[in-house]
Design a protein around this ligand. Structure first.
Ligand code: ATP
Length: 256
């Protein structure tokens, strides 16, 4: 199947109102640097969608456009629209986007070092007014048992444990869409495996996820759909089976 056909296929599938719809967006940094050039993608409810592409293709920029974090880097969506549950969210402040149910775990983790794991997790729940916070903390400890054993300050956790805590804290916001930038980058193999397992469990419970990671093999195990980004546009979209069946794609766009 040709590349355009893949994108058209994705657009047709979107007819049934995806949770997230990115429509033909352009993103500019510092008023002049055009980075995204008409990028479109969908995240259907309950699906895991992966963004692939070479360094500098525009993957992180896409995530930041969705979560509103572009604003903190003097970036702006200058064309197109981003719809979450049918409502425009482009241009909205990041804290309002969190309240609508989108939470991004940023590259570099950003946990609070002088708080314990539990305090960090509780902080994640600050926007919630339900009675499930304690049971959700237990859920995070089931996903990442080693966090429960480490009762000291989060600053003393290993890099991998901090990433687990950052994901746990994101889950405590009860996100309708969880966004992960470089989910397992720079982590030890054992820790990576625990994070992939957590993502499999999240998939099983119907969590919608948009993720960037360099490990295509593991992504193909869990993702329902992949988008390959090149120079600010989605140039291919397909299922894990289609991605694996076309090794030249990985060679051409990802240098694998
Ligand atoms: P990587 O895997 O290397 O992070 P990426 O696909 O996530 O790559 P982006 O980080 O989105 O790519 O970067 C896309 C382009 O935008 C790059 O050319 C980068 O230099 C530029 N860019 C990213 N952030 C900024 C910024 N804050 N100001 C100006 N240009 C930026």
């Amino acid at each position: 199947m040709g590349e355009i056909a893949h994108i058209e296929h994705s657009t047709a599938a979107a007819a049934s109102a995806p949770l997230l719809a990115v429509r033909n967006i352009e993103v500019v940094y510092d008023d002049v640097i055009l980075v995204l050039r008409g990028l479109s993608l969908d995240v259907p409810k309950g699906s895991i969608v992966a963004l692939l592409g070479a360094n500098g293709a525009g993957k992180s920029t896409t995530l930041k456009a969705i979560s509103g974090l572009l604003k903190t880097e003097d970036g702006e969506v200058t064309r197109g629209e981003i719809l979450f549950d049918g409502e425009r969210i482009d241009g909205i402040d990041p804290d309002k986007i969190v309240r609508r149910g989108i939470f991004q775990v940023m590259e570099g983790r950003r946990i609070i070092a002088d708080m314990t794991s539990i305090e960090n997790l509780k902080l994640g729940a600050f926007t919630r007014h339900d009675n499930e916070v304690a049971s959700d903390i237990d859920m995070v400890f089931r996903y990442f048992p080693r966090l429960k054993e480490r009762t000291g300050l989060a600053g003393y956790l290993s890099g991998g444990e901090q990433q687990m805590l950052a994901i746990g804290r994101a889950l405590m916001t009860n996100p309708r869409l969880l966004i992960l930038d470089e989910a397992t980058e720079g982590l030890a193999p054992l820790i990576r495996e625990e994070i992939w397992n957590c993502l499999s469990l999240l998939k099983a419970r119907g969590q919608s996820v948009l993720v960037i990671d360099k490990n295509v093999e593991n992504l193909a195990r869990i993702a329902d759909r992949h988008y390959i980004i090149e120079r600010g546009r989605a140039v291919w979209s397909g299922t894990s089976e289609q991605l694996i069946a076309e090794p030249d794609l990985q060679h051409r766009y990802l240098g694998i």
